[in-house]
Design a protein around this ligand. Structure first.
Ligand SMILES: Cc1cc2nc3c(=O)[nH]c(=O)nc-3n(C[C@H](O)[C@H](O)[C@H](O)COP(=O)(O)OP(=O)(O)OC[C@H]3O[C@@H](n4cnc5c(N)ncnc54)[C@H](O)[C@@H]3O)c2cc1C
Length: 436
C-alpha cells in the first residue's frame, strides 16, 4: 500500500510539477486567468500523455504494487482525462483568445499550431478507437499496432507544439526542464518498443511439449534455450509470450504461468478463444518462443500473513491458481485452502488428477463446480454462490484471503458472495484475463 501510494504521489508530481514550475517561478507575462488556466491544462495533458508510455513500459518496480488490470484501467481513464484537458484547453482559447489559434489552414498556420491540431486529432482517434474497439470488431493485434504508432506520432507532435508555441518557456532553465521531461517520455517509448524486445530476444525458449488437456484447453511447456530460464517469480504472475515472431513486432499475448517457481520449464494452460489461441495446437515444436515476464500482483506471496486461502477459478482461470497451489505443495505450506473450480462439465475440467493428488499432499479441499454436468454427476452444480461457499468453507475463516480468476460474471458473483460471508474487500484478489 505504501509503495503504491508513493508511486501514485510520484505520478501526480510528474503531472502537476512541470506546469506549476512553469507558472510559479519566474512567471511569464500573464494573459489573464483563462489564458493561464488553458496553458496549465495543455501542459498537464501533455505530461499525462507522456506518462501513458511510462505506465505501459513494463518498468517492473513501478508496476509491481499494482495488478496489470489496474495499470491498464488507469491507462484508459487517464487518457480520457488528458483528452478532456486538451479539449478544454482548445475551447477556452477559441472562446477567449481566438486570435491565438490563428488560421486552421495548415498552409497558412504556423507549423507548431498544425502539429498541435494533428496531435489532438490523433489523441481523439486513440481514445475513441480504444473505447470502441470491441464494438467495431477490430482485431486486437491490428488495433494495438495502430494504437502504438498513433500514440508515438501524437506525442512527438504535441511536444513540437509545446516547444513551438513557447508559452511559459520564457527562461532557458524551463526549456531544459521541459526538454528533460520530453526525453524521459521518449526513453519510455524506446524502452518498450526497442530495448525490452531486444533483451527478451536474447533469451529464446522452445516448446518442450504441447498437449490437449480438456475441451479447448492446452498445456504448453517451454524450455529455455541457452540460458537459465525464469525460475524466480511469484506464483500467480504472468508473462507476455511471442510465438515465432521477434518480440520487436510486439505480437505477444499475456498468459499466466501455471507452474510453480523454481523449475527449468515453464508451464502454461491456454484456452482456445480467438485467432491466435486457436492455433496453439498447430504450433511446430521448433517454434521459437520469447517470454517477457514475470509481471502482475496476483499472488499469495503478496499476503504472507494470510491464515488460509479460498481459490475460485473458472476455465483457464485455473492457471495462476494452480501455480499458487503447486508452490504451496513444493514449499510444504500447510495453511488450509479450499479450491472452487468451475467448468461446463467433467470432460472440460482440466488437471483433475493432479488437483486430487495435491489435495492429498496439502491441506487443500477441491470442490468441482459444473454448470452443465454429466447425468451421473453428484457434486456441486451451477455457478459459485454464497450457499456453495458456506457448504465448503470452515465456519471460522478470519485472516483468510481469496484469489479469484475466471470470466467477469463469475468474478462478480464470487466477490459478492465472499463479501456476504464477511471477507473484507482487501482480502479479495482477482485477476481478469482481459485488458481492454
Ligand atoms: C494477465 C493475463 C493473464 C492471462 N492468462 C491466461 C491464461 O493463463 N490462459 C489463457 O487461456 N488465457 C489467458 N489470458 C487471456 C489471453 O491473453 C487471451 O485469451 C488471448 O490473448 C486471446 O488472443 P486471441 O488472438 O486468441 O483471441 P482474440 O479473439 O484475438 O482476442 C480475444 C480478446 O483477448 C484480448 N487479447 C487478444 N490479444 C491480446 C494481446 N495480444 N494482449 C492482450 N490481450 C489480448 C482482447 O481483449 C481480445 O478482445 C490472460 C490474459 C491476461 C490479461
Amino acid at each position: 500500500m505504501i509503495r503504491a501510494a508513493l508511486w501514485l504521489a510520484l505520478y501526480l508530481g510528474l503531472v502537476l510539477l512541470p506546469p506549476a514550475l512553469l507558472v510559479l517561478l519566474e512567471p511569464p507575462r500573464s494573459g489573464g486567468f483563462a489564458w493561464d488556466f488553458a496553458m496549465i491544462l495543455g501542459y498537464s495533458a501533455l505530461a499525462m500523455f507522456g506518462l501513458q508510455f511510462v505506465l505501459t513500459a513494463r518498468f517492473k518496480r513501478a508496476t509491481a504494487p499494482f495488478g496489470i488490470d489496474l495499470i491498464y484501467a488507469l491507462h484508459r481513464w487517464l487518457a480520457i482525462a488528458a483528452l478532456l484537458f486538451v479539449m478544454v484547453h482548445v475551447i477556452l482559447l477559441a472562446w477567449r483568445y481566438p486570435a491565438a489559434l490563428g488560421s486552421a489552414d495548415p498552409l497558412r498556420a504556423p507549423w507548431h499550431m498544425s502539429a498541435g491540431r494533428l496531435a489532438l486529432i490523433l489523441f481523439a482517434f486513440i481514445v475513441l478507437s480504444s473505447l470502441l474497439r470491441k464494438r467495431l470488431r477490430w482485431a486486437y493485434e491490428s488495433w494495438r499496432f495502430w494504437h502504438g504508432l498513433a500514440a508515438t506520432a501524437a506525442l512527438l507532435l504535441a511536444i513540437v507544439h509545446a516547444e513551438g508555441a513557447g508559452h511559459f518557456l520564457n527562461a532557458a532553465w524551463k526549456q531544459w526542464a521541459w526538454g528533460a521531461l520530453a526525453a524521459f517520455w521518449i526513453f519510455a517509448i524506446i524502452h518498450v518498443r526497442l530495448l525490452r524486445p531486444w533483451w527478451v530476444a536474447r533469451r529464446p525458449w522452445r516448446i518442450a511439449s504441447r498437449e490437449r488437456l480438456a475441451g479447448r484447453m492446452w498445456r504448453l511447456r517451454l524450455r529455455p534455450v541457452g540460458h537459465e530460464g525464469l525460475r524466480r517469480f511469484e506464483p500467480g504472475q504472468f508473462a507476455w509470450l511471442s510465438f515465432g515472431q521477434h518480440p520487436i513486432r510486439l505480437a505477444e499475448h499475456p498468459f499466466s504461468i501455471a507452474s510453480a517457481p523454481g523449475s527449468e520449464e515453464l508451464e502454461f494452460a491456454i484456452k482456445e478463444l480467438g485467432d491466435f489461441t486457436s492455433t496453439i495446437g498447430e504450433l511446430s515444436p521448433d517454434t521459437h518462443v520469447y517470454v517477457d515476464g514475470p509481471y502482475g500482483a496476483f499472488s499469495l506471496d503478496r499476503e504472507p500473513q494470510a491464515r488460509g486461502f479460498v481459490f475460485i477459478a473458472g476455465g483457464a482461470g485455473i492457471a495462476p491458481i494452480l501455480s499458487m497451489i503447486r508452490a504451496m505443495a513444493a514449499r510444504g505450506d500447510l495453511r488450509p485452502a479450499v479450491l472452487f473450480y468451475g467448468n461446463r462439465n467433467l470432460q472440460r475440467t482440466a488437471y483433475r488428477a493432479e488437483l486430487a493428488a495435491l489435495a492429498e499432499q496439502c491441506r487443500l479441499k477441491v470442490v468441482l463446480l459444473l454448470h452443465e454436468p454429466e447425468t451421473d454427476w453428484e457434486g456441486e452444480r451451477g455457478y459459485i454462490s454464497e450457499g456453495i461457499l458456506r457448504r465448503h468453507l470452515p465456519e471460522k475463516h478470519d485472516g483468510w484471503h481469496a484469489f479469484l480468476c475466471g470470466p467477469k460474471p463469475m468474478l462478480a458473483l464470487a466477490e459478492k458472495s465472499l463479501r456476504r460471508l464477511g471477507f473484507p474487500l482487501a482480502a479479495i484478489h482477482s485477476e481478469i484475463f482481459d485488458l481492454a
